[in-house]
Design a protein around this ligand. Structure first.
Ligand SMILES: Nc1ncnc2c1ncn2[C@@H]1O[C@H](COP(=O)(O)OP(=O)(O)OP(=O)(O)O)[C@@H](O)[C@H]1O
Length: 573
């Protein structure tokens, strides 16, 4: 399980001293609990003989000392172990976010959203339990078994080994039996949980489509199928666990009974030594908890194993990136040089030798039939995808060398910008977290949202969702545009930002976009010819090639095809 692991082992090593102290304190807690019962048992028996006060002074002090020691050690143990576990899991979560964030495009393509959600929400939680519920109790119970055997060995080695045998039943046999019975079921539960995450996320993302097509029942059925099977399987597991724990407790009950029998036989004959009988009979009771939690923790092993496997399967894309450069202060030209691209070896070539040079501040509209690869071309420009051959260059340097500083070079506005459930100002400030209020308002004014935002109940501090204030499609795009203004990247990629807007809103948004982005280099993927006359160049991407390329006015004058498409788009024919 841990052979190829690169998630748990490094953290075990990194925080080994915290782990050592939490285990030591855990053992000390139970030692104090056992010793408290031992001295109490002795004290009760001893006091029954009405000894002199001075004689009972030592056991009284010891009882007090162990009575105080137990909660103190327990408190320190909780503090240390939780500190340790929270450090480990927070480090893991950070690592997971970094793995996902650095190659977001790769993960979006290769994993279902629900699958990633289950990693974030579930698997790291399981690893946390692997530490707290399996490793921790097993080591503590193992340490206690050793101490109990050594302690009893002082009196009688033969009997100590018998007790060790009974302890091993609780420590090894019962958990192993539980694991044997539960292994397949737990693996199925893990798979079902993952499936439930995936199904529910898929179903929820397509919720409006289910509703529009009146398939609510099918939605419920698809979304709850895995969850129902999971609930049934969990119920069966619970029943089994009850029986397993019952058998474990019965086996453990044999230990105090054996101790009572043994101490009575050994010490019962003398008036003085009889005091030890109560001590040995009571000592095991508080230790029962340390042993019973082992079976529960180990029983979840297949779940932990699944979670660890799931995390370890998460290897970043094998896409080799060249050495990374710092962002240039200015970008004079974006160049595509004989760019070819296919998604995989079996897929046909989608882009077949595209050459393009965009000068600083130039505006280019990219058009073409659906599915011809316009969005793909934008991803190649961004460096999300690597050209099969040819190069995308920023002032002669490959764009792949700027992946670490991408937000300083590129801003993207697509069809559906996301508004987070926070204030309007915070949503805009995503473009630049250090922007002042004045800069946020200036950006809102530039995109003509200032009056609308000022009229909201709390102005720019109004929560986007909670105030029940829903932005229209055009307003969402304007908010995202304000973000881009704060981001202040030299190159802006627009991927059909006006899709779904009515013609008047569309024209108004296009006018605002070109007004506020006048100093930027803009590559605009659009499905409309309306508004492209604001651009310096219009390109048509068809069958992997740029089939039309030129200034809009020139094309209107020289290309019959362009005139035909223009008339079609304007609804004139
Ligand atoms: N990750 C992928 N793996 C394989 N094929 C893909 C992938 N992404 C897109 N494609 C395919 O590549 C082709 C081009 O897709 P792309 O989205 O770039 O086209 P587009 O011109 O932007 O289309 P539209 O105008 O409809 O948005 C499509 O046939 C699409 O199915």
């Amino acid at each position: 399980m841990f052979k190829h692991d690169h998630w748990v082992k490094p953290d075990l090593k990194r925080y080994r001293w915290l782990l050592f102290w939490s285990l030591t304190l855990g053992i000390l807690t139970f030692v104090c609990a056992g010793a408290l019962m031992f001295t109490s048992g002795y004290l009760i028996d001893f006091s029954a003989r009405q000894p002199l006060f001075a004689a009972i002074y030592v056991p009284v002090v010891l009882t007090r000392a162990f009575g105080i020691g137990r909660p103190v050690f327990q408190y320190l143990e909780r503090l240390t172990s939780h500190n340790w576990v929270l450090r480990v899991t927070s480090h893991m979560r950070r690592k997971l976010y970094q793995v996902l964030e650095t190659d977001a495009a790769f993960w979006q393509e290769h994993r279902r959203t629900g699958d990633l959600l289950s990693l974030l929400a579930d698997d790291i939680g399981h690893i946390q339990n692997l530490y707290l519920r399996a490793i921790f109790p097993t080591v503590v119970a193992g340490g206690l078994s050793l101490l109990i055997t050594l302690g009893l060995g002082i009196f009688d080695w033969g009997f100590a080994l018998w007790i060790l045998l009974l302890l091993l039943i609780q420590l090894i046999l019962i958990p192993w039996w539980g694991l044997l019975v539960e292994k397949k079921r737990k693996q199925r539960q893990k798979a079902l949980t993952q499936q439930a995450y995936g199904d529910l996320t898929d179903a929820t993302l397509g919720l409006s489509d289910w509703t529009i097509t009146h398939h609510e029942q099918a939605f419920l059925q698809q979304a709850t199928q895995a969850a129902t099977a999971l609930a049934a399987s969990t119920h069966t597991s619970r029943k089994f666990q009850w029986w397993r724990d019952f058998c474990g407790d019965l086996a453990f009950g044999l230990i105090p009974a054996a101790l009572l029998w043994w101490s009575a036989a050994r010490f019962g004959s003398g008036q003085v030594t009889a005091n030890w009988i109560g001590s040995f009979a009571l000592v095991m009771f508080p230790l029962a908890m340390a042993f019973s939690s082992v079976a529960q923790g180990v029983g979840e092993w297949p779940t932990y194993q699944g979670a660890l496997q799931h995390l370890n399967d998460l290897t970043p894309s094998e896409r080799p990136l060249p050495a990374q450069l710092a962002a240039p202060t200015q970008v004079q030209a974006l160049t595509l040089s004989d760019v070819h691209f296919r998604y995989n070896d079996a897929a046909p070539e989608l882009i077949s030798g595209v050459d393009l040079r965009m000068k600083r501040g130039e505006k280019i509209a990219l058009l073409g039939p659906s599915g011809m690869g316009k969005t793909t071309l934008l991803q190649l420009v961004l460096g999300d995808l690597t050209a099969t051959s040819g190069q995308v260059l920023l002032d002669g340097q490959a764009v792949l060398q700027y992946q670490n500083v991408r937000p300083q070079l590129f801003a993207v506005l697509d069809q559906s910008p996301f508004l987070f459930n926070t204030s309007v100002a915070n949503n805009v400030r995503l473009g630049n977290e250090t922007a002042t209020d004045a800069e946020v308002w200036a950006a809102l004014k530039a995109v003509q949202l200032d009056q609308l935002v000022a009229s909201l109940p709390q102005g720019a501090d109004t929560p986007v969702e909670e105030a029940g204030f829903a932005f229209s499609g055009g307003q969402r795009q304007r908010l995202a545009l304000a973000r881009i203004l704060l981001q202040d990247a030299p190159i802006v990629l627009l991927d059909e930002p006006t899709v779904g807007l009515d013609p008047i809103t569309e024209q108004a948004l296009v006018a605002t976009m070109f007004a506020v982005l006048k100093d930027k280099t803009v590559l605009w993927v659009t499905h409309h010819l309306q508004g492209v006359d604001r651009c310096d160049q219009v390109l048509f991407l068809e069958d992997g090639h740029l089939t039309l390329q030129g200034r809009p006015q020139e094309l209107l004058a020289t290309s019959a095809r362009y005139r035909h498409l223009y008339a079609l788009d304007a609804g004139e024919i």
